[in-house]
Structure formats: structure tokens, C-alpha cells
Design a protein around this ligand. Sequence first.
Ligand SMILES: Nc1ncnc2c1ncn2[C@@H]1O[C@H](COP(=O)(O)OP(=O)(O)OP(=O)(O)O)[C@@H](O)[C@H]1O
Ligand SMILES: CC(C)(CO)[C@@H](O)C(=O)[O-]
Ligand code: BAL
Length: 285
Amino acid sequence: MQICRSKQAMRDCVAEWRAEGQRVALVPTMGALHRGHLTLCERARDWLDAHGGGRLVASIFVNPTQFGPNEDLATYPRDEENDLRLLRQIGADAAFLPSVQDIYRPGAQTMVDVTGLSRMLMGRLRPGHFRGVATVVTKLFNIVGPDAAAFGEKDYQQLTVIRQMVADLDMPVAIIGVPTVREEDGLAMSSRNLRLTPQDRAAAPILARALDRAQAMVQAGSPLGAIRRELRALIAAEPRAEVRSIDIRDAADLSRIVTIDRPVVILLAVRFGTVLLIDQRVAHP
Ligand SMILES: Nc1ncnc2c1ncn2[C@@H]1O[C@H](COP(=O)(O)OP(=O)(O)OP(=O)(O)O)[C@@H](O)[C@H]1O
Ligand SMILES: CC(C)(CO)[C@@H](O)C(=O)[O-]
Ligand code: BAL
């Protein structure tokens, strides 16, 4: 596995592969890798195999522009050595670990803003977050030039923002959405789970249980209001959980719905202590 610590090193590496006629798939991450990330790598590899083979790049970059001033940039979990070991094990061809200075040159003025989708839901809780994500993903696409890139459904709004951006800006990148990988007790794997206290970790699977219940209610034809109330009550029964948002939206474009007459996505954002966890479930009426 090649380790590229600068944009130039990454570009040189991809140029060699391109000269050999290889396709390239990218898995963007912020590191502290877990089985969710490795599953993205596997799905990206499947995409390459289905398209005649190619090279797999995983990027590890804790992107400062997607963190708000009072968010957890400084304490975001980092474990480069273990990340590289896992990427080697999974058969990645390159790891891209650029520095902040290399990615964000002084004097840069351009940001990418998916104006509608970025202002709703998590965009309200984290102003500027999706602008930072769209900008860094654009930069990663421009540096690596992948044919395909994989993103997790766990960050459902992020995946929707990226699909919209790629369509709006004619980016020639196939976007692979990957279902959420969970711990045995249902908790969605997330780097931030490492920062939960043991008590909060024990309480956190309430999110998955509440989503199971809401999904069953959608399938049974329950009205929107009843599902929202049930979700609130279930999560409120867990004293360690502090609900930040509960939303049920059109699964295709996250628009508001009045009745559940099409696939919906149930989106939860819940704090446990200082850690904000998100989870989601797509449900079909
Ligand atoms: N449990 C999971 N299942 C599938 N994909 C996941 C999972 N967790 C993260 N991903 C995906 O991995 C990519 C990189 O995410 P990131 O590095 O932020 O990890 P994370 O575990 O989501 O961390 P965070 O704690 O910041 O939410 C994203 O596309 C994200 O959706
Ligand atoms: C897509 C991403 C790597 C951009 O920094 C990040 O938002 C993430 O890890 O989901
Ligand atoms: N997985 C989303 C990255 C973030 O929370 O900043």
C-alpha cells in the first residue's frame, strides 16, 4: 500500500495507475477506522471488480472546515497507526493523509455550497457543516480523480448532499451508498462511539431500537404524528439521552412530507453527554 502524505504524491500515484489503464475508487474518511469504514472499502472494491478492476484509495483527513467553533475538532479521535494497519489488511492500494496546510492553502476563497439541502436538518444544528463537507469532497475528487466514491448511509444527509452536488456540478464520479454497519446491540458504528462513557455506551442502542419501532409503524400505516410521538417517548424514557432532532422526511430528497405515501427516512440526532450521535432508517409504507 502506498502512503501519500501530500496532494502531489497522491496525484503522482494516480497518474501511474491511469497510465496502466486502471480505474480508481475513493473512500473518504476522517480516520479512527472501524468496520463501517472497512465495509465502504469492500463495496468500493466490489464496484471496481464489477468494472474490470482497479485501484482503491482511502483518504484520512480530519477536515477542519466542517467543524463549528464549539465542536469537537480538537478531540476528534485519531489513530493513524491502526488505521494504516486496517487499510493494509483490507487490501487498499493507497492511503491519502494530507496535512491541513496542503489541503487549505492560505488565501483560498472558494467553497462549495449545496444551498438547499445544507441548510436543513443537521445543517441547522451544525451551520456551515455541509459546506465544509462539500468543499473537501470536491477537493478530494479533484486531487484523486476517482471513477467512484463510497459514502455511508449512516450520514444520510451527507450522502444526499453529495449526490446532489455531483449531479449539479457534472462531476464524473459514481456515488456508492453503503448501508449502516452496526454493533451487535444495534448501535451504528461511529468513530465518536469511542468517546461515550460506559454508561452512555450502554444506553446508546436506544436509537436503533426506536428506529426499529418507527420502521414497523411506517410499514403498518401509522400516521406521521403518532410515529413522531412514539419516537420521542421511547427516547425520553432513556434519561441519558438528550434529543436534538427527530425528523421523518422524503427519502429521495429530504423534503417535508404530510402523509407517508412514499419511502421515508427517519433521522435521529441525540446527545449522550458531550457526544452527538446520529442514526437513520429508510422505511417503506
Ligand atoms: N456504521 C457505519 N456504516 C457505514 N458507513 C459508515 C458508518 N460509520 C461511518 N460511515 C461512513 O464512513 C465515512 C467516513 O465517516 P467518518 O470518518 O466521519 O466516520 P464516522 O464513524 O461516521 O465518524 P463520526 O463519529 O464523525 O460520525 C462516511 O461516508 C460515513 O458515512
Ligand atoms: C466525507 C468526509 C470524509 C468529508 O470530510 C466526512 O464528512 C466523513 O467522514 O463522513
Ligand atoms: N461523519 C460525519 C463527519 C462529521 O460528523 O463531521
